[in-house]
Design a protein around this ligand. Structure first.
Ligand SMILES: [Zn+2]
Ligand SMILES: [Zn+2]
Length: 252
């Protein structure tokens, strides 16, 4: 009997080894599942492996102690678990989120409103405004260095149609480093005629010298008493109920 059990164990181990020969990819935290493997979002938080490679690994994942950690917006892939709204770039305290002892701060380069599955840890300098968290702390040089490689992440999301958080703001929080230019900004006085300014108008003004342009470029156009914060980027997620709206001062 003992010999039989030993043989059985050996067989199971052999089968396991044979299976392990297939390339495995290491993941930690939730992440999108490759379309070929069924799509959707994997809910496993602890370190684990799959036989499929991370999607858009160059911009969507960071290496966390040898494991692939997903830094994108899981809602775009059908995540229906807890989620928190963020606006613009911010640090990602990976070790705090996955609850391990390997210090690791990465940076999110998604523009405008988006989701993450994690709620902000208390130590992160975030300000809650209009239902979203805005990072108002200082970015270290690592953020600027990573921007070159990781900033194109928005391109991945452009073709994906999903509901982003609706964030309507009069002004970005003080200390936020994005480029929703609100405070003392270059004001272009539009001539009285034509009085109408369509949403698609392009007005070129000199870049404001007071802010680092990191987030979504916007310009302000002064018209009478009101100011329109005009977004001259097409982000691809307009339309539908939850379109990203920005409102200028004086529109109340
Ligand atoms: Zn997984
Ligand atoms: Zn983010």
């Amino acid at each position: 009997m003992r010999t039989y059990i030993a043989a059985l164990i050996a067989l199971v181990c052999w089968a396991g080894t044979a299976k392990a020969d297939k390339k495995q990819y290491r993941y930690v935290g939730i992440h999108p599942i490759a379309k070929a493997a069924g799509g959707g979002v994997c809910h496993i938080q602890a370190p684990h492996v799959h036989v499929y490679a991370p999607i858009d690994v160059k911009v969507q994942f960071r290496d966390h102690d040898g494991w692939n950690y997903f830094v994108g917006d899981p809602v775009a892939y059908g995540w229906d678990g807890p989620k928190t709204s963020y606006y613009g770039h911010h640090p990602i305290p990976v070790d705090v989120i996955v609850e391990d002892d390997h210090p690791d701060t990465e940076y999110c380069y998604l523009e405008g409103p988006h989701f993450h599955a994690w709620a902000p840890p208390p130590k992160l300098d975030l300000e809650l405004r209009a239902g979203a968290y805005w990072y108002v702390g200082t970015f270290p040089p690592a953020y600027a260095e990573g921007k070159v490689v990781y900033d194109p992440i928005d391109v991945v999301y452009q073709p994906i149609r999903y509901e982003r958080p609706t964030v309507v703001v009069d002004a970005a929080p003080p200390g936020w480093y994005g480029a929703i230019v609100v405070a003392p900004a270059p004001v272009v006085v539009v001539p009285a005629r034509p009085a109408r300014v369509s949403a698609g108008v392009e007005v070129h003004v000199p870049a404001p010298s007071l802010r680092v342009e990191i987030g979504v470029p916007t310009v302000q156009i002064g018209i009478g008493g009101g100011v329109i914060v005009h977004d001259h980027h097409d982000h691809g997620w307009h339309g539908g109920k939850g379109k990203w709206k920005k409102r200028g001062r004086g529109h109340r």
